[in-house]
Design a protein around this ligand. Structure first.
Ligand SMILES: Nc1nc2c(ncn2[C@@H]2O[C@H](COP(=O)(O)OP(=O)(O)OP(=O)(O)O)[C@@H](O)[C@H]2O)c(=O)[nH]1
Ligand SMILES: [Mg+2]
Length: 387
């Protein structure tokens, strides 16, 4: 275990750059601007990375404060009833075809028109896929700066915080906008296609900060880890780092309100271009994507398959001890769930009486194998819970 106890350095570094009094007298946006300018001026190298890490932490805290003070603006949050086994949201610039996609995938009738900002609120639809009810939410288009409130963008982007999957919808003539969408989501604390960092921080009351690492840290020095944690007002306790994290990931852990959501890039209106154009667009997107034409109904089945695949759910067929398995309505759970999670999904109280289970399918060696509730079932397993 590595023990660290240099407390004063954080305050020294930050107050040296901006005398405390000076910072206090500035408004939040000015403080943010000052730090951003300071960061721009500072060359990133081994010598400055500690300083940069602390500046980033300070900046993240100021942004949080700013958000807390301005979040009342922009109108009330959209009201969304959580429905179905999963929620998928459509995020994209105006007129890229989000509503047309919703209407194709579900029985919803969201207004479609050739002008921007046709959709003004959340429009839900249900896509029935492999026995699961997937709620798809159509949203107003967002524009650059949405995360700072432009075009009521914060209300729109907030909806993605509670999604299981975000469809990043692009117009075939603007494939480069994928980065803009990702940036706006990022600025809202939504981390796309990332796992929560494997870092645990426990506050203590004395003895300074103790850092324990189970991997070699190559992106941060122990002093910077501790400095960033201290910048969040934690000067005593344990920091357990089990992954080679960046300063931003550490700040994400300290902030504690980040959301980790999967994404799928969808390139719409491909009916308007040829193969050659698509190949060029592919380079601009730079990652995997699903080409579709919502209007012409091209490749919509592939999109549905990819939605299912990316959600990474399993279907569990329940069988009563004395009956047949229900192949009509499977229970839908995230892959990696245990049989205990299956019980909880049946009902929160069901788990109390559950003792063990019989499982048939690819997660076990033989049909009707007896397993404990810690067992992790596979897709399409038939499960009998014994009480
Ligand atoms: N050629 C072609 N046009 C499409 C396609 N999908 C949508 N459109 C057209 O694009 C325009 C915008 O479609 P919408 O579905 O309203 O777009 P939106 O993203 O919901 O727009 P906002 O609600 O304003 O953000 C309409 O004129 C649609 O007919 C497509 O696959 N091919
Ligand atoms: Mg729309």
């Amino acid at each position: 275990m590595l023990h660290l106890s240099s407390r004063s350095k954080v305050h020294y570094t930050l107050s040296q750059t901006y005398g405390e009094g000076e910072v206090e007298s500035l408004g939040l946006p000015e403080k943010i601007k000052q730090i951003e300018e300071e960061m721009k001026k500072t060359q990133i190298n081994k010598k400055t990375e500690h300083h940069i890490g602390l500046l980033k932490a300070k900046l993240a805290r100021l942004h949080e404060e700013l958000e807390a003070s301005t979040s009342k603006g922009g109108g009330p949050a959209f009201e969304i009833r959580k429905g179905g086994d999963a929620t998928v949201v459509l995020i994209g610039l105006p007129s890229v075809g989000k509503s047309t996609i919703l209407n194709r995938l579900t029985n919803a009738k969201s207004k479609v028109a050739a002008y921007a900002f046709t959709t003004l609120t959340v429009v839900p639809g249900i896509l029935r896929l492999n026995g699961a009810d997937i709620q798809i939410l159509d949203l107003p288009g967002i524009i650059s700066g949405a995360s700072s409130g432009r075009g009521r963008g914060r209300r729109v982007l907030s909806v993605a915080r509670n999604a299981d999957l975000v469809l990043l919808v692009l117009d075939v003539f603007q494939p480069g906008q994928v980065q803009l969408l990702k940036n706006e989501l990022h600025a809202m604390g939504i981390r796309i296609d990332q796992k929560p960092p494997d870092v645990v921080i426990n506050r203590g009351s004395k003895g300074g900060l103790a850092l324990t690492t189970s991997v070699k840290l190559t992106k941060l020095t122990p002093a910077t880890v501790k400095g960033i944690v201290e910048a969040y007002g934690i000067s005593n306790g344990g920091i357990l780092v089990r992954e080679d994290v960046t300063d931003e990931q550490l700040i994400d852990v300290l902030t504690g309100n980040r959301r980790y959501v999967s994404s799928l890039v969808v390139l719409n209106k491909v009916d308007l271009v040829n193969e050659q154009y698509l190949t060029a667009a592919k380079k601009q997107i730079g990652s995997d994507f699903v080409p579709i034409s919502a209007e012409k109904g091209l490749n919509m089945d592939v999109l549905a398959d990819r939605i299912w695949e990316t959600l990474n759910f399993i279907r569990i067929y329940l069988k009563r001890p004395d009956g047949d398995a229900d192949f009509e309505k499977p229970l839908i759970l995230p892959a990696g769930s245990t049989l205990r999670d299956v019980c909880k999904k049946i009902s929160p109280r069901f788990v109390e009486g559950a003792k063990y289970a019989f499982v048939s399918g690819s997660s076990v060696k033989f049909t009707g194998q007896r397993v404990s509730l810690d067992h992790i079932p596979a897709d399409k397993d038939v499960v009998t819970i014994m009480r």
